[in-house]
Design a protein around this ligand. Structure first.
Ligand SMILES: [Mg+2]
Length: 250
């Protein structure tokens, strides 16, 4: 048992998975070979029309891509039977799979430090995430893998984190989505480090991650403030050490 537990989001926090640049473009082109009128916009609208109501109802099927693509395929009479997991596996390499700068060195340092337990916390089902995590050689850094299909909950629900808590006193999430990676974890009493795609209004690169968190406008419609805002993994270790120090020195 470690006293501090770190939850890492995957997509757009530590990596970009092959779905974005390889899998969805291939699926959409295949749909268009039957129905040329199906633009990316139309197809995303179809998929999001299934995804978002489920996400807001906190259903774990929200991110079951096979099932969602199958529904759209049936609607348009497109015969589609390739497992998406297989398409991800085949494209889990450069340039379709990208790891962000400093991720390896930072995860390695946190792991060998010995103070921290490390968990993957992602809304991507494990069969879709495993090929990327394996291909990037990240699996050994993590003590826990939390996904909706493994936990029975979406990220942000208390049950999602339960199996990793294991007596830890301090929990810190690191991620890019304000709802699932910041606001909801804060509501559960965790601390949160936000890694936005772009720095929020009112902040700049010269500020410290803690200064940015205090200076930013909290993104609408949320109400809780991240502990720190980082531009990338090069800033992460001092932030975690400071949150840890403040927590245990008090
Ligand atoms: Mg993410």
């Amino acid at each position: 048992m470690k006293r501090t537990l770190l939850f890492f989001d995957l997509d757009d926090t530590i990596l970009q998975n092959p779905m974005v640049d390889a899998v969805f473009p291939a699926i959409f082109d295949y749909f268009r070979s039957y129905h040329p009128e199906l633009t990316d916009e139309i197809l995303w609208k179809e998929l999001n029309g299934i995804l978002y109501p489920r996400y807001h109802a906190r259903k774990i099927e929200a991110f079951d891509w096979d099932e969602m693509v199958q529904q759209v395929a049936q609607k348009y009479g497109v015969p589609f039977d390739t497992p998406i997991e297989k398409m991800i596996e085949e494209n889990a390499h450069s340039p379709y799979l990208r790891i962000f700068d400093h991720v390896h060195e930072v995860l390695s340092a946190l792991k060998t430090d010995g103070k921290y337990s490390l968990a993957i916390g992602t809304n991507g089902h494990w069969r879709y995430q495993k090929p990327s995590v394996k291909a990037l050689g990240l699996l050994d850094y993590f003590d826990y893998i939390l996904t909706p299909d493994r936990t029975g909950y979406l990220k942000g629900s208390p049950g999602f984190y339960q199996s990793a808590l294991n007596g830890s006193k301090l929990q810190i999430t690191i991620g890019d989505q304000y709802d699932a990676d910041v606001e909801e974890p804060l509501q559960l009493g965790f601390h949160a480090v936000w890694r936005p795609a772009q720095l929020p209004v009112g902040t700049d690169r010269d500020q410290s991650p803690f200064e940015r968190a205090l200076a930013m406008d909290i993104p609408s419609p949320y109400s809780l403030r991240a502990d720190a805002v980082i531009t990338g993994f090069s800033e992460l270790i001092p932030v975690i050490e400071e949150i840890d120090r403040r927590f245990f020195d008090n």
